[in-house]
Design a protein around this ligand. Sequence first.
Ligand SMILES: Nc1ncnc2c1ncn2[C@@H]1O[C@H](COP(=O)(O)OP(=O)(O)O)[C@@H](O)[C@H]1O
Ligand SMILES: [Mg+2]
Length: 250
Amino acid sequence: MSTEANNTEHIIDIQNLRKSFGDNCVLDGFNMYLNKGENVVIMGKSGSGKSVMIKCLIGLEEPDSGTIKIMGKDISKISTDELNELRTEIGFLFQGSALYDSMSVRENLEFPLRRHTKKFGKIKDTTQLVMEALENVGLAHAIDLMPNELSGGMKRRIALARTLILQPSIILYDEPTTVLDPITSKEIILLMMSIQKKYNTSSIIITHDVDCARVISNRMILLVDSINYAEGTFLELSTSKDPKVQAFFK
Ligand SMILES: Nc1ncnc2c1ncn2[C@@H]1O[C@H](COP(=O)(O)OP(=O)(O)O)[C@@H](O)[C@H]1O
Ligand SMILES: [Mg+2]
């Protein structure tokens, strides 16, 4: 294994990321970093390339150029084994993070454990891990329910529990509160914050939700015109005089 992981300040470092689909240039030199324990919110118009950026980060899309380092490792230069190991450190909660309808809550949560036996060894009794993850989202009592017995908000919380069960050090949230009503959105945001506090995770949060950004962000990045157009705290950006920045806070 390489020893490049030493001495890394930034848990994620993206430099000069470029990605086009045909002549649709989506990212044209996007830069960002994430510090340990930090919550960085990314905002951008629909279709601006936020999800493409996240997909490049986790290897679902291949960048045209640029460098992506996760925990100090350039993901284009490491072996498949190393990449898989790195992936266990990263949890995702996508908008469409669907549960498997034919599996109970318990089985949904056990599923990722089975795929990552390397990190956890052969676990005989997964119940404790499942219960701990469910307790973190306040749904221990739902362990034997089927997804069709859950409300939309509960499903989202179970999906979050499933992300947590692998004990990731980085969590990527792609529009975690869309489609939820305002009260349920708030619950999810509070959960995200309590998880971050409890496990000292580092997160990138893509959201359109200004309230979510205000509450959760340590720093924000606005993706405009295919680049990291503006960067700063919520207060800095929300009081910016730049019309392109102001547009996000109206
Ligand atoms: N696999 C793909 N093939 C072609 N175009 C894509 C693909 N994925 C995304 N795009 C295009 O890239 C642009 C950015 O998409 P996306 O990152 O999903 O936007 P958003 O900021 O809303 O998440 C859109 O124009 C989208 O149509
Ligand atoms: Mg998207």
